[in-house]
Ligand binder design. Structure first.
Ligand SMILES: O=C(O)[C@@H](O)C(=O)CO
Ligand SMILES: [Mg+2]
Length: 258
């Protein structure tokens, strides 16, 4: 049976961020993920995890200057110092929070820029992250984002991500397989799961097309969860979806997995 993590960036938005830990635990979750921890001292977040018996299983490196179109800086040429600073800060948080997975964000590639230069920059910065995280048993995750959500992001298809994972050539770097983006771009999810088996170490879910609870839309998640059991996937499944209404009202699908 998959191990689920509540995504506290998208779920339980009825309450302020710091109250979402309690809400997730009360709803039956044992693990949480969210995009970024950096607005809060790591110790404060750790106290929340401990108080509610939760495990932190994923967060991202910083997004950069979002108001100016950035979405990660680790693939931007000549921004290595910023990338390394973000990776070092992520490591500090991961160690305090006991988090074994960090998503190193790539970057948006502005129109007219050379994607190949971005790719090579990203490979080097991911190697830096992998080597820093390795002694602590922390994995680096790389995620493809569909153009509907993040136009011109460096990684679009799951195979773009796989290409970088292989080029980086470190044993603690994996694909973060978000089935919402994968269905939008690659489709054929069963075969995709087989092809990527062993290369992904984290999964995220949401319905397609509306990114809601995994009980509607064009993906049959019950089938996918069985498939993940069949192939022996033992990582986490992050519930990165926008609830249709109040979060708790949409958790019927989760009852049998608690
Ligand atoms: O799917 C997503 O959007 C996220 O998992 C993320 O990390 C940043 O875009
Ligand atoms: Mg995702």
């Amino acid at each position: 049976m998959p191990k689920f993590a509540a995504n506290l960036t998208m779920m339980f938005n009825e309450v302020p961020f710091l109250d979402r830990f309690e809400a997730a635990a009360k709803a039956g979750f044992k693990a949480v993920e969210y995009l970024w921890p950096y607005d809060y001292p790591a110790e404060e977040l750790k106290a929340k995890l401990e108080k509610y018996g939760l495990k932190q299983v994923l967060f991202n490196t910083a997004a950069g200057d979002v108001s100016n179109g950035e979405w990660g800086v680790s693939a931007i040429p000549n921004r290595e110092a910023d990338s390394h600073r973000d990776i070092d800060l992520a490591l500090e948080y991961a160690l305090t929070l006991g988090c074994e997975n960090v998503h190193v964000m790539a970057a948006v590639v502005p129109e007219g820029e050379d994607r190949e230069v971005y790719k090579q920059t990203f490979i080097k910065n991911v190697q830096y992250a992998a080597d820093k995280f390795k002694p602590h048993g922390i994995k680096v995750l790389l995620e493809a984002l569909s153009p509907e959500v993040k136009p011109n992001y460096l990684l679009k298809s799951q195979f773009d991500t796989l290409e970088i994972v292989e080029a980086v050539n470190r044993d603690n770097v994996f694909v973060q397989l978000d089935y919402f983006h994968a269905q939008n771009v690659d489709g054929n999810l069963s075969r995709l799961t087989d092809k990527l088996n062993g290369k992904f170490a984290y999964i995220q879910i949401a319905s397609v097309p509306d990114r809601h609870e995994p009980d509607e839309g064009e993906i049959n998640y019950e089938y996918i969860f069985n498939k993940l059991d069949e192939i022996g996937y033992d990582g986490y499944v992050g519930c990165e979806y926008k609830p249709r209404a109040e979060t708790i009202l949409g958790l019927g699908w989760f009852e049998k997995y608690k």
